[in-house]
Ligand binder design. Structure first.
Ligand SMILES: NC(=O)c1ccc[n+]([C@@H]2O[C@H](COP(=O)([O-])OP(=O)(O)OC[C@H]3O[C@@H](n4cnc5c(N)ncnc54)[C@H](O)[C@@H]3O)[C@@H](O)[C@H]2O)c1
Length: 418
């Protein structure tokens, strides 16, 4: 694909959304750097044969997309999901690059996956696919090249198969190539709650900056999953009140407060929110949780959930972005025109990737960190990034969301000016 100067801006609109595109326009980045940034470093597509349990052969399509290794080896998830496609993976890898840039992580963004519904495969078939995926990457995977981690439809078990396959092909034990492994195989303790812990650190600093006491503030969570559910519990433990929550089954609303722990226990037991009846709570549609009256709204489900229609009905002071790009492009201006503060995804949800970076660093150093050590390092990094973001916002008189984009561009410019 030949990229002409006039076609660069639409590419960035698509890759990084309006927020990135407007920061880019104000950044004065050279045309050379824009050109370098406009295309991924490498895109691989492969066909993966799997011998099914019934003896038939099926071929699944997989991709690995490495956006840029300007900060270090690329790093990113591998998803096994029926909607996997190259365009979405390109956007994911680009946003991961921005996240590494803002958070000063020595990695470039990557994303990969296979177009498959793993729920329709047996465990043996998924194992074949995971091992086949790793084999297809050949030399383009490894702790100094590209590091794989779990994403939709993949978990610690899948990553364990890939790590085993990687070690077999290299005839060595090299744990730093695959992240999200079980702790017994070199995974990092404390990974599951890392995104929530990081987000709380960021929120705490933003509240301090705005001279708001956390105690007694109300919040609502859309997407009571690993990230959203952990975060609801952390916020409740710190004195905030959960007034609404939803998962894909339904939502609940209670002005006087919902018990974050009770909803988490139900989730852990495999029961959705629709199965719950909590004292004083009324049921409401999953997406309506975003429009309830609360100080902080936390979208933690999927992208583009805050549509223009929802944005017009928002009744909050702040949005803490846990899902990636949860505000649709046409809604962002409505949100900001209402004076609602956005705590941006690239900083708010970076606890997970930061902990994942620690797993790689721990594996390369050959040491095993304690959960306490990993958490304390996470706190230090998250506080440093959030503090920088707020300083830039103050000094440039822009929103924290814009400041985060400026920080990313500054880092990218320094790394790509050659
Ligand atoms: N888990 C992490 O460490 C992490 C880190 C960074 C970003 N994120 C982002 O946060 C989001 C959630 O990730 P997760 O790991 O918690 O996933 P998860 O699968 O554990 O949880 C997702 C939750 O969202 C719910 N959901 C899905 N669609 C919904 C809808 N339309 N309305 C309400 N609820 C809905 C699901 O029922 C589930 O409870 C994703 O966008 C992910 O990219 C997660």
């Amino acid at each position: 694909m030949l990229v002409m100067p006039e076609s660069i801006d639409p590419i960035f609109q698509k890759l990084g959304g309006a927020r990135f595109a407007s920061a880019l326009a104000a950044s004065g980045l050279s045309e050379d750097i824009k050109l370098r940034l406009s295309l991924p470093k490498a895109v691989r597509r492969f066909n993966l044969p799997v011998r099914m349990d019934d003896g038939s052969l099926r071929i699944f399509t997989g991709w690995r997309l490495r956006y840029s290794d300007c900060f270090g080896p690329t790093k990113g998830g591998v998803r096994f999901h029926p909607a996997t496609n190259e365009e979405d993976l390109t956007g994911l890898a680009f946003r991961l690059l921005l996240k590494c840039a803002v958070n000063g992580l020595p990695h470039g963004g990557a994303a990969g996956g296979v177009c498959v519904d793993p729920k329709k495969l047996s465990s043996r078939e998924v194992e074949q696919l995971a091992r086949g995926y790793l084999n297809a990457l050949g030399e383009e995977v490894g702790p100094d090249v590209d590091i794989l981690s779990p994403d939709l439809g993949t978990d610690a078990k899948t990553m364990g198969w890939m790590a085993d396959q990687f070690n077999m092909t290299r005839r060595a034990c090299i744990p730093g190539a695959i992240n999200g492994k079980p702790p017994a195989l070199g995974g990092i303790p404390g990974r599951p709650g890392a995104t929530a812990r990081g987000a709380w650190n960021v929120l705490r600093l933003v509240l301090e900056e705005r001279r708001l006491a956390a105690e007694g503030l109300t919040f609502a969570v859309q997407g009571y999953g690993s990230a959203g559910g952990h975060l609801a519990r952390v916020l409740q433990a710190n004195g905030l009140r959960l007034v609404a929550a939803s998962d894909s089954t339904s939502g609940l609303h209670a002005e006087a407060g919902l018990d974050a722990e009770a909803i988490w226990e139900a989730r852990e037991a495999g029961r959705g929110i629709s199965s719950l009846s909590l004292p004083g709570a009324q049921a409401l549609a999953a997406s309506e949780v975003l429009a309830v009256k609360a100080d902080i709204i936390i979208p933690a489900a999927t992208a583009n959930q805050i549509t223009a229609e929802i944005a017009a009905r928002l009744q909050c002071r702040m949005i803490l972005e846990i899902a990636n790009a949860p505000i649709s492009p046409d809604a962002e201006e409505i949100v900001t025109s209402k004076g609602i503060e956005i705590i941006p995804d690239v900083v708010a949800n970076a606890g997970g990737i930061t902990m994942s970076h620690f797993e790689w660093a721990q594996n390369r150093g050959g040491a095993l960190w304690s959960a306490e050590e990993a958490r304390s390092r996470l706190d230090t990094r998250m506080i440093a990034t959030a503090t920088r973001m707020l300083q830039v916002a103050r000094s440039r008189n822009v929103s924290p969301a814009a400041a985060a984009q400026f920080l990313a561009l500054e880092q990218l410019s320094a790394a790509l000016s050659r």
